[in-house]
Design a protein around this ligand. Structure first.
Ligand SMILES: CC(C)(COP(=O)(O)OP(=O)(O)OC[C@H]1O[C@@H](n2cnc3c(N)ncnc32)[C@H](O)[C@@H]1OP(=O)(O)O)[C@@H](O)C(=O)NCCC(=O)NCCS
Length: 215
């Protein structure tokens, strides 16, 4: 099938080591851990994923083991987040815009609920942004997050994402560029006021988010 232009050098799923984690391609031997994640109510609360049976979860994992290359628009690269030898989550990049001068990708993240609250997703997300802005050559990385998903919005904020707009379906669209990135990460939420477009609609306890610069 023709899906338009291709990036000059395909990006194949790497194995990345961070301070506490290994990010690497999914494996079928992760089936039990992946099924546990798929049954975790906290994981499913804001994800547009069905509640899968064990067999469906296995098929889903099998598909994920093949999402290992970014070449054309909408290709998905999904990496398992492994800690101490066990799969505990997933972080992914969808290639959205291929053209080198405006290349962009969309990031996704999830963690089993037993592993939240320790900065693991921040560490994994930061490594994925290194990959996106480094080897992939992206200029922008987007995240699409349910406006009620405060944990995910806070994570995006820690990494430097800023809100571009609020969609009618209740999702916030956020972006980060190399210059918006925050490192080291402020663990407390940034003190900037809520952007006006968000403040009007956001729930009271929504994390404070920056407004993306408009072009
Ligand atoms: C979104 C999600 C990945 C966020 O996970 P998280 O654990 O809140 O994020 P982190 O791993 O970065 O941890 C941050 C927490 O650890 C704390 N923390 C401790 N050490 C830290 C460090 N070194 N760096 C950053 N945060 C640290 C932070 O203060 C924060 O705590 P708080 O939640 O009490 O404010 C998780 O909630 C999830 O998987 N949700 C379900 C799936 C989902 O909705 N995915 C998003 C779809 S858009």
């Amino acid at each position: 099938m023709l899906r338009g232009t291709r990036i000059e050098t395909p990006l194949d799923a790497p194995t990345i080591h961070t301070a506490r984690l290994t990010l690497r391609p999914h494996r079928l031997t992760d089936a039990d851990a992946w099924y546990a994640i798929q049954r975790d109510p906290m994981v499913l609360e804001f994800l547009a994923w069905p509640r899968r049976t064990r067999a469906e979860s296995f098929q889903h994992l099998k598909d994920r083991t093949r999402h290992t290359r970014l070449l054309q628009s909408n290709d998905l690269l999904a990496l398992a987040i492994e800690r101490d030898g066990r799969l505990i989550g997933d972080v992914s990049l969808h290639l959205r815009t291929v053209s080198a001068d405006v290349r962009s990708a969309e990031i996704g993240w999830l963690l089993g609920s037993a592993h939240t609250g320790e900065g693991i997703a921040t560490e994994a997300g930061d490594a994925m942004l290194d990959l996106a802005f480094g080897r992939l050559g992206a200029h922008r990385v987007y995240a699409v997050i349910d406006g009620r998903n405060h944990k995910s919005l806070a994570l995006a904020s820690r990494l430097g994402f800023a809100v571009t707009h609020h969609r009618d379906d209740g999702n916030f669209v956020l972006l980060v560029t190399p210059s918006l990135r925050r490192r080291p990460f402020p663990v407390a939420l940034p003190a900037a006021p809520l952007p006006r477009t968000i403040a009007a609609d956001a729930p009271q306890h929504s994390p404070r988010l920056r407004q993306a610069p408009l072009r």
